[in-house]
Design a protein around this ligand. Structure first.
Ligand SMILES: Cc1cc2nc3c(=O)[nH]c(=O)nc-3n(C[C@H](O)[C@H](O)[C@H](O)COP(=O)(O)OP(=O)(O)OC[C@H]3O[C@@H](n4cnc5c(N)ncnc54)[C@H](O)[C@@H]3O)c2cc1C
Length: 381
């Protein structure tokens, strides 16, 4: 399709969601401009787990080869008693078709996406250009960004994170605190020396997760606990390996865990669509926030290149994504409940887990991990 005829998409935010959306929309023939508020894309965040559904979304963006050089493959998630460290269950995490599961630094994922965006001359990335205002009209969206001329587009993708400016300008509800907070550490050795995979320690009202970052020397350690507690004191009677990891770790800071009203954010609009945390920020109990952002990007590009008018294709996107996001959020709530059970309910949980085979525990997550991306085909004249 001739360049001038290609439809234009503007994206606010160059996090995981925005960069993935840029690549996906570029792949189907949109002219894309990404406006990022930060002047530089710095190494923010800590570790991330990429489940097979996230890996397949990245493969659909053409990043299969690059993926092999970031992070490290994991075969299982090991659930342990927080108090004793005893193994409660090992859940295999590879998909039924063998697609892997990886753990890595968020910055490594963002850098990989950024390299791919920068390699595409057709994607215009502008830093220091925060979204200031937007107005949705019958024919498109009028936008203003820091330091730039007014812009218009037929498609505007709000990928500006949990504190989305786009959402506030459209009068949508602000994010809310879930009551939990994440304390993150970088640890220069495996926290649990017997396993190279994902380790989770469970206990009343809190849990901890650790996994390697793939650089051969460091692990990510996250403590999730009630927001009122600013330090790791609540873990002092926990298993010695975990405590040694906390003591040896470099504290990276605390992240209050926020969520948004995903039903409201994902109501279909004519020319504006929310993706990633701006659409459905969720607590990290199922390690799916970035994965859902990557899935959003691929599904959005498939919908808007299907040949139907934009409002109908955004409606289709909402129809496809809302039930899946709602199901993931139910799983997040289930993990929160089960991980944080007090005694004696935790004893019943441990007994129930002991009776399940790894294969049957894996089967519970088949609907999530076995997701297949749609095919991305270019728009035609
Ligand atoms: C403790 C913790 C552990 C997690 N672990 C996992 C995990 O294991 N697996 C997983 O899949 N997910 C995980 N997540 C979730 C994951 O990190 C997020 O869901 C994901 O990074 C969201 O990406 P995003 O691009 O939507 O938002 P963000 O990463 O927040 O990016 C938003 C971008 O928009 C920019 N921006 C903001 N305002 C504006 C504006 N007005 N104009 C222009 N740009 C703007 C920001 O600067 C930023 O670059 C975890 C989250 C937490 C807190």
């Amino acid at each position: 399709m001739a360049d001038a005829l290609r439809p234009r998409a503007l994206i606010a935010g160059a996090g995981i969601a925005g960069l993935a959306a840029a690549l996906a929309l570029d792949k189907v023939g949109y002219r894309v401009a990404v406006f990022e508020r930060a002047r530089e894309l710095e190494e923010v965040g800590a570790g991330l787990q990429l489940s097979p559904n996230a890996i397949r979304a990245l493969e659909a963006l053409g990043l299969a080869a690059e993926l092999q050089s970031v992070g490290v493959a994991a075969r299982d998630v090991t659930l342990r008693s927080g108090r004793t460290g005893a193994v409660l269950a090992r859940i295999p995490v590879e998909a039924s078709d063998g697609t892997g599961y990886r753990s890595l630094h968020r910055a490594a994922l963002q850098a990989m996406l950024l390299r791919a965006v920068r390699s595409r001359e057709t994607i215009d990335l502008r830093l220091g250009a925060g979204l200031v205002d937007l107005t949705e009209t019958e024919r498109g969206v009028d936008l203003r960004f820091d330091g730039g001329e007014p812009e218009t587009a037929s498609l505007f993708v709000a990928a500006d994170g949990v504190h989305s400016r786009a959402a506030s300008r459209l009068g949508l509800k602000p994010p809310r605190h879930t009551g939990a907070t994440a304390l993150r550490y970088l640890v220069r050795r495996p926290v649990e020396p017997t396993s190279p995979g994902i380790e989770a320690w469970l206990g009343p009202r809190r849990h901890a997760v650790s996994y390697p970052l793939g650089d051969g020397e460091s692990c990510n350690l996250v403590l999730i606990q009630p927001e009122a507690q600013p330090d790791a004191k609540g873990f002092q009677n926990w298993n010695a390996e975990l405590r040694a990891g906390i003591d040896a770790g470099t504290a990276l800071g605390t992240w209050p865990i926020l969520t948004v009203d995903a039903r409201e954010r994902m109501m279909p609009r004519r020319h504006v669509v929310f993706v990633g945390d701006a659409a459905h920020a969720m607590a990290p109990y199922a390690a799916q926030g970035a994965a859902m952002a990557l899935e959003d990007a691929v599904v959005l590009a498939a919908c808007v290149s299907s040949g139907v008018p934009l409002p109908a294709s955004l409606s289709r996107f909402a129809d496809l994504r809302r039930p899946r996001i709602a199901r993931v959020m139910r799983r997040v709530a289930f993990h929160r409940l089960v991980y944080h059970l007090p005694t004696p309910l935790s004893l019943a949980r441990d007994l129930a887990l002991a009776q399940r085979s790894p294969t049957s525990l894996r089967a519970d997550l088949a609907w999530l991990y076995d997701w297949m991306p749609p095919r991305l085909a270019p728009l035609r004249d």
